[in-house]
Design a binder for this molecule. Structure first.
Ligand code: NFS
Ligand code: SF4
Length: 661
């Protein structure tokens, strides 16, 4: 054992190569001193399985597991006779199903809270945004004139529940889809029924011996993924806005410098805003504040991580400590008194790591327990019971801090909280809120197009590097960038959420940003808030001048450092909605296969979007710019636009800069 440890120490983690996040770099150096390891270390020690990476293996039954050859994918089949296309499409479908399940279960939880509030059973949350409640209800054809909030909310609850449960017919928000896009879906038979039904069907179809046709399987992937994007995720966003408030721009700090040694530091890591909202109430309780002061603290400092962090950052300006690949690093500061987690993207490594630093670590959701963590169940009916306990435990740890505390002094202030409603208002003004100015600026070429840059970070690529370089390249080429999730946090740390970051934009985009006073990169919130991007796209089509379906728009999506199955579900609904979507890191297909060609080419020919893949940020940018120009060309708005790409000298200068420290 001791020898094994020594063995590991010999292989030193090349810190500068694995992350560009300054705080994470500093904490990785501390990790070496403290003798702890992180996912970066484990990724160095464990090579990704090449057959798995190509999705060329199947363990769906006990005749297998079977593995095909990546080099000669059609050279053999599984024992049952499954070809590479059957195996890879089935694996892909299960990723879509799992990602969709994650988002829709979260959305349904929000809807459960909403129902409890409407019925008066849950008293700790209220309907905060009545205007939004009425807007959403009206959009779904629910009568609002002269009716009480409670009546409208009850109808809305019942209507939205169909998103999950209905066994036939189209989900409610299908009515937000531009008519031509919806017609395309109807023609292909992919308008989703309830998410439960679609996920069930995928699980059935991916069982051995059911759907053995990759094209048919991809249809069900689209249908299920659409039940996420225009269903579960959209409901999560809309209901969270109704309950907790629709975001509008707010100045907030991001990065580990937001930790404060003199205060009790509590981090929430996860995805469901209700836990966070209750913690906010707890830390504002004078009794608990008194208790913290009694323990010698100046106050209680709460910070977010990952996606629920991105939501409260957007809604309330709560500081954010970092993205997915910093969740371990932040514990290494020793400054975190308690970390409470709920669901999704919580590394199992966190509990033992927290123990090394004496940080109290709590799971809170009945769905997500963890060995080595203390479970304090969060109940929607008595949310404060859980979050008050977390605060008290954190105060206890503050009093008995033993770990050495090192807080990286990096903190970026930026503007967050751009909802699709706010974009409307910001560009159009109070009295003529609309997307007309956005469309006009795209048509006149000041804005070349819009890219949604979203998704995770992944220890297989240099943390934040691809996000940041890609976004810089895009805005330089006058592409307005909208962001969510861990990607938004990467760019916030890099300082691009400030209005004065518009100096990095091309002349056209810069002019628009300066006129409106907005940054060239707009943070929209968490990953379920990608639904805000869909709604914005639908608005752009409705506003006119940019074609009559989402597939006509000069827009693109990209998840440059993705890791999660949720990302695959998102990618598939973005593609099915008509948008070109580029992924980095790795892609679970083999390029010469029919299944791959369908995803990367065939779908576009059928009138949908398509997938793209690249690992280099400049290559990604070039692909996106080309695609946007192709769409502009087709719309007849190309004008005199020209591409400004980094030349070789620029890139070499950059690499030198990155290599030194
Ligand atoms: Ni999205 Fe959020 Fe981050 Fe990726 Fe995970 S936190 S839901 S999955 S890693 S962006
Ligand atoms: Fe092998 Fe077919 Fe069973 Fe998969 S379903 S493990 S390919 S025999």
């Amino acid at each position: 054992m001791a020898e094994e440890v020594k063995e590991k120490k010999k292989k030193e983690l090349p810190i500068m190569e694995v992350t560009t996040c300054k705080s994470t770099q500093q904490m990785l150096r501390k990790a070496a001193e403290d003798g702890v390891e992180t996912a970066f270390h484990r990724a160095m020690d464990m090579k990704a399985c090449p057959i798995g990476a190509d999705s060329a293996c199947c363990k769906h039954c006990a005749m297998g597991p079977c593995r095909l050859s990546s080099k000669d994918p059609y050279g053999k089949t599984g024992i049952c006779g499954a070809s590479i296309d059957v195996i890879a499409s089935r694996n892909f479908a299960r990723m879509v199903a799992c990602g969709t399940a994650a988002h829709t279960d979260h959305g349904m939880t929000m809807l459960d809270v909403f129902r409890g509030v409407v019925k008066g059973e849950i008293k700790d949350y209220q309907i905060k945004d009545e205007q939004k409640l009425f807007d959403v209800a009206e959009g779904l054809g629910i009568e609002t004139a002269g009716r009480e909030v409670k009546e409208v909310a009850t109808d809305l609850y019942h209507e939205l529940e169909r998103t999950y449960t209905q066994v036939e017919g189209e989900i409610p928000f299908a009515n937000r889809v531009p008519p031509k896009t919806l017609a395309k879906w109807r023609e292909a038979g992919i308008v989703p029924r309830g998410a439960m039904r679609e996920i069930m069907e995928i699980m059935h179809r991916t069982h051995m011996g059911v759907d053995q046709d990759y094209e048919n399987m991809v249809k069900q992937c689209s249908r299920t993924a659409l039940a996420d994007g225009w269903g579960g995720s959209m409901v999560a966003t809309e209901i969270s806005d109704i309950l907790f408030g629709t975001p509008s721009p707010v100045l907030a700090g991001v990065d580990m410098g937001c930790l404060d040694e003199k205060q009790v530091n509590i981090i929430v890591n996860g995805h469901e805003p209700n836990l966070f909202e209750s913690l906010i109430a707890s830390v504002n309780d004078p009794k608990l504040l008194e208790e913290a002061k009694g323990a010698g603290a100046e106050g209680i400092n709460i910070l977010g991580m990952c996606c629920s962090g991105a939501e409260v950052l957007s809604r309330h300006g709560v500081p954010h400590a970092g993205n997915f690949m910093s969740t371990e690093a932040v514990l290494i500061t020793g400054a975190v008194d308690a970390m409470a987690v709920d669901v999704q993207c919580i590394m199992p490594a966190l509990a033992p790591l927290a123990e090394c630093y004496g940080t109290k670590f709590f799971t809170t959701n009945p769905r997500a327990k963890m060995e080595g963590a203390q479970h304090i169940e969060f109940e929607e009916h008595k949310p404060r019971k859980c979050t008050d306990k977390v605060v008290k435990e954190a105060i206890g740890r503050f009093k008995n801090r033993k770990a050495k505390i090192v807080i990286p002094q990096n903190k970026s202030l930026g503007i967050h909280g751009f909802s699709h409603e706010y974009i409307n208002y910001m560009l159009g003004g109070t009295f003529r809120a609309s997307y007309v100015p956005l469309n006009d600026n795209i048509i006149n070429g000041r804005i070349r197009g819009v890219a949604g840059v979203v998704g995770c970070t992944n220890p297989r690529v240099r943390q934040d590097y691809v996000h940041v370089e890609l976004v810089k390249e895009l805005i330089k080429n006058d592409i307005l960038v909208v962001q969510t999730g861990c990607s938004q946090i990467a760019l916030a740390k890099a300082g691009l959420m400030k209005p004065d970051a518009s100096v990095l934009a091309g002349d056209g985009l810069q002019e628009v940003c300066e006129t409106v006073g907005m940054p060239p990169v707009l943070g929209l919130g968490s990953c379920v808030d990608n639904s805000r991007i869909l709604i914005a796209c639908a608005e752009m089509v409705k506003t006119g001048g940019l074609g009559d379906s989402i597939a006509d728009l000069p827009v693109a999506g990209v998840a440059p450092e993705w890791y999660s199955e949720k990302a695959i579900a998102i990618g598939q609904y973005v593609v099915a909605s008509g948008i070109f979507t580029v992924f980095g890191v790795t892609f679970p297909t083999i390029a010469e296969t029919k299944f791959h060609k369908l995803l990367f080419d065939g779908l576009e020919k059928q009138g949908f979007g398509k997938w793209g893949f690249a690992t280099d940020p400049y290559e990604m940018a070039a692909m996106i710019i080309d695609h946007i120009d192709k769409k502009r060309e087709a719309l007849g708005i190309m004008g005199e636009r020209e591409r400004v790409l980094m030349d070789m000298a620029d890139r070499q200068a950059l690499e030198v800069e990155a290599g030194e420290e």
